[in-house]
Write a protein that binds this ligand. Structure first.
Ligand code: CAA
Length: 260
């Protein structure tokens, strides 16, 4: 697939994906969703030596201002449900991606944009980041997981308020509520995300993938998270990386992990 709306740059195993529809505040139209699906469901999984992914939006105004409202016209009777099913499938691919994905939130993260940021494993925001689920303004509800993941991050009380009022919150409140990991200076979102990924890249890659799988299992209705942890722990102890990590500790040197 040739990417039209995603700009993809890979440096030392860190992939920077810029959603590149600045004139529409990087709104997620069908083409962009297909490209995200292609990256997180195929291209990104096939790339060798990937250490992590940074997702950001083009320009200084928006991360992503939501699903593309203009494309909503003429969805028809079954179109809305199909759109939500597709969007949730794509965002689950992001959430289950075996390498860490950080949203570098450089402005509006509204509707589908807030949902995309929440599907990422970590979120680093600039001071002008604005989060919200304003769908009720349009007479609809979030469809890409917003009603579920917002509760996971900030709890039912505040999630209910934001979902019902369509109010936006700024970076500091998002930090206080636990929606973002860090707030950095304007323009420093991507570099701060890269720095965090570089730190994670020094750890055992299999262990990192297993952490993602096990933390996700906490929220999966069909999985016992504790049992997932037992199996994942067992899997990590069978890796050559574990031998290397433990040996490096005893020899008082840095581990040289190979991801196996
Ligand atoms: N879809 C399509 N186009 C969008 C868009 C969106 N979600 N958000 C912004 N744009 C477009 C605007 O239409 C405008 O285009 P034109 O110049 O061609 O008119 C351009 O981006 C710039 O936007 P504004 O002029 O509105 O910029 P602003 O600074 O005045 O306002 C804003 C910024 C508050 C983010 C405002 O654009 C806005 O409210 N956007 C919509 C946010 C929204 O409702 N998101 C939820 C979408 S529904 C959804 O996501 C459902 C789901 O869960 C799947």
């Amino acid at each position: 697939m040739t990417y039209q709306n995603l700009q993809i740059e890979e440096t030392d195993g860190i992939v920077l994906i810029t959603i590149n529809r600045e004139k529409a505040l990087n709104a997620l139209n069908k083409q962009t969703m297909q490209e995200l699906r292609h990256f997180f469901g195929a291209d990104g999984l096939e790339r060798e030596g990937i250490k992590g992914v940074i997702l950001t939006g083009a320009g200084e105004k928006a991360f992503v201002a939501g699903a593309d409202i203009k494309e909503f016209m003429g969805l028809g009777d079954s179109g809305g449900q199909a759109l939500a099913e597709y969007g949730q499938e794509v965002f689950f691919m992001v959430e289950r991606f075996p390498h860490p994905v950080i949203a570098a939130v450089n402005g509006f993260a509204l509707g589908g944009g807030c949902e995309l940021a929440m599907a990422c494993h970590l979120r680093i925001a600039g001071p002008n980041a604005r989060f919200g689920q304003p769908e009720v303004n349009l007479g609809i509800i979030p469809g890409y997981g917003g009603t579920q993941r917002l509760i996971q991050y900030i709890g039912k009380t505040k999630a209910m308020e934001l979902l019902l009022t369509a109010d936006m919150i700024g970076a500091d409140e998002a930090l206080q509520l636990g929606l973002v990991n860090k707030v950095v200076e304007a323009g420093a979102e991507v570099e701060a995300s890269r720095k965090m990924l570089q730190k994670i890249a020094t750890k055992g890659p299999v262990a990192i993938s297993k952490i993602i799988e096990t933390v996700n299992a906490y929220f999966a209705v069909d999985q016992d998270g504790f049992q997932t942890e037992v199996s994942a722990f067992g899997a990590t102890t069978r890796t050559a990386d574990f031998v290397e990590g433990a040996t490096a500790f005893v020899e008082k040197r840095k581990a040289d992990f190979k991801g196996v």
